[in-house]
Design a binder for this molecule. Structure first.
Ligand SMILES: Nc1ncnc2c1ncn2[C@@H]1O[C@H](COP(=O)(O)OP(=O)(O)OP(=O)(O)O)[C@@H](O)[C@H]1O
Length: 266
C-alpha cells in the first residue's frame, strides 16, 4: 500500500474510509524531442484504487501525453511517479505486469482474426490453455464480438476494431487499466454495453483511468476527474463536488467551458 487518504471516492458511501493510492504523480513534465514547449508542464494526480478516473481537456491539452507517462510508455523528464506502489521511473517493467493499456490507435494484427490476436497477446501476458481460452471468451462477450471472433480484423468496421482493441487490453485482468478515448467511433448501442461493462470491471476491483471528450459520460461514470489544459491540471475532484463548487455550473460541460474557455484549439 502506498499512501492513504481519507476520501469519499465511492459516491454511494456516506462514510469516509481510508483508501490506498494506485497512482501518485507529482510535478510530471514532458517535452517531445525537437519541440520548443512542454506538452505536459506540471501533472500532479492522485488516483485511488478501485475508481474510474477521467482525464478531460481540450485538443492538445496533454491528455494522451499524460496517459503515456502514467502507463510507462513515455519517460517523464521531471517529477515523481508511483504506480501500483512501485516507483515507475526506476522500475517500469515491474509496473507493466500490473497494468493494461488500450491505446487510441488499433494495436492489433490486421491479418489475424480477433481470437488469434487475443491468443497472441494473452500468451505474451503468460496466459495459456483453457484459462486463456476462457478469458478470450469472456472478453469477446464483454465487447459484443463473440459471434464475429473468427473474422480477420481487417474485415471489421472501425467500431468493431476498437472493441477488439479494448478486449486485448483487459484480457490479462490488469489491476489498473488505461484507456485513451475508448468510445471514439463506437455507436451508441455498443457504447452503452461497453460503459456498463467498464462499470462492472470497476465493481470487480479494477481501477480505470481514461481520457474522453464526452462530458456527460464522464459525469455519469467517473468517481473523480482531472481537467487538464496547457499541460497542467486545472481542476481535480469528484464531478458533483466540482460542479457544486462553481457558480453557474449545472453540469460538467458547463464547468469545462468555464475553466477552459470556448475558443478553438489546435
Ligand atoms: N509526437 C509528438 N511530437 C511533438 N509534439 C507532440 C507529439 N504528440 C503530441 N504533441 C504535442 O503535445 C501537446 C499535447 O498533445 P496530446 O496529444 O497529449 O494532447 P491531447 O490532450 O491528448 O489532445 P487530443 O484531445 O487532441 O487527443 C500538443 O501540443 C501536441 O501538438
Amino acid at each position: 500500500m502506498l499512501l492513504s487518504l481519507t476520501d469519499t471516492v465511492n459516491q454511494k458511501s456516506d462514510v469516509p474510509r481510508p483508501q490506498s493510492l494506485i497512482v501518485a504523480a507529482s510535478g510530471l513534465g514532458y517535452r517531445y524531442p525537437g519541440s520548443s514547449r512542454d506538452a505536459v508542464a506540471d501533472l500532479s494526480l492522485e488516483v485511488v484504487e478501485g475508481e474510474i478516473f477521467g482525464l478531460l481537456g481540450p485538443n492538445g491539452a496533454g491528455k494522451t501525453t499524460s496517459l503515456s507517462m502514467l502507463s510507462s510508455l513515455l519517460r517523464p523528464s521531471k517529477g515523481q511517479l508511483q504506480v501500483c506502489g512501485i516507483d515507475l521511473l526506476s522500475q517500469p517493467r515491474k509496473v507493466r505486469n500490473h497494468i493494461g493499456v488500450v491505446p487510441q490507435d488499433i494495436a492489433l494484427y490486421p491479418s489475424l482474426s480477433t481470437r488469434e490476436n487475443l491468443r497472441y497477446f494473452g500468451r505474451l501476458h503468460g496466459l495459456h490453455g483453457s484459462l486463456l481460452e476462457a478469458r478470450i471468451d469472456q472478453c469477446l462477450a464483454m465487447v459484443g464480438l463473440s459471434s464475429q471472433a473468427d473474422r480477420r480484423l481487417d474485415t471489421y468496421s472501425g467500431g468493431m476494431k476498437r472493441r477488439a482493441n479494448l478486449a486485448a487490453g483487459i484480457l490479462h485482468q490488469p489491476r489498473l487499466l488505461f484507456l485513451d478515448e475508448p468510445m471514439v467511433g463506437i455507436d451508441p448501442q455498443s457504447r452503452n454495453t461497453i460503459l456498463e461493462n467498464l462499470a462492472r470491471l470497476k465493481d470487480e476491483g479494477m481501477t480505470l483511468i481514461y481520457t474522453t471528450h464526452y462530458m456527460e459520460e464522464a459525469q455519469h461514470l467517473c468517481t473523480r476527474i482531472a481537467i487538464i489544459d496547457n499541460g497542467r491540471v486545472i481542476a481535480q475532484g469528484r464531478p458533483d463536488q466540482l460542479i457544486a463548487g462553481r457558480e453557474g455550473c449545472r453540469n460538467l460541460e458547463d464547468l469545462f467551458f468555464q475553466l477552459t474557455g470556448r475558443q478553438l484549439r489546435d
